[in-house]
Design a protein around this ligand. Sequence first.
Ligand code: SAM
Length: 271
Amino acid sequence: MKKHPEIDALLRSLDASVLKRYGQNFLIDDFIIQKTFATLALQPGETILEIGPGLGALTKHVPFQDHTYISYEIDRQYHAYLTKTYTTNTTHHLGNFLKAVSETVDVILGNLPYYVTSDILEKIFKDFPIFKRGVFLVQKEVIERLIAQPGDNAYGPLAILVQSLGEIQTITDVHPASFYPEPHVTSTLFLWTNNHHVSVEVARPFFYFLKKLFLNRRKNILNNLTFINGAKEEKTRQLQALGIEDNRRPESLTIQEVWMVYDAFKSQITL
Ligand code: SAM
């Protein structure tokens, strides 16, 4: 493996190491870092949330004097370093972002750890959906899952939630050599822009519904709606009233149809 003397020296000084289990691949490509901030297009006064700042590859470019900055970093040593290094208008949380308490932020930023990317995106869009935009670096296959369309294998709860709430724009693919250590796969930088401003109160139960609806992809919609209160015949009638056959598979529903089904049945869901 190629070495990176600067990062290795910093790690040694912190008595830290690179942990595979935390998906620690540091961004070392200035072009991608610049592209990330150009895409983010920060406006003075915006509150920034960064997930997994690591050793600060992105963090060091934040104009802290103009922003409130919040981060979640799971690695104790990295967190100690961030807390010491970036002190203006910052709150650095030590811990797992999946356990973060929902709060209002304007923009979200992250070179996301690959082992938990989908869970992190799920958490963001379920618990922070009111943020304005986000720029994320993920494995290329993840973006394919996010932009999946009805009928695609990857089409499911996360694609529907993310596309329902906003718009995805792929910015650029990122070669493994842009990271230290190098991952085995290509990554993609993408921008998500909120254009619906859905509240957490709406996004959370909708996502719960989506998870249940797609629990068994081989079953038809009717048989996936067993978690909805009411008789089967009545559910068939409700679906027919929407112009939707009860024997369709969940992945055949367009996003608009999913919302129609959700709106028709939401009062019959016990959370
Ligand atoms: N942002 C840095 C960069 O671009 O060089 C590091 C990115 S690295 C791909 C992912 C970072 O997320 C690591 O610092 C890792 O420790 C942290 N991390 C991993 N799992 C996490 C979790 N569940 N919650 C918060 N941080 C996490």
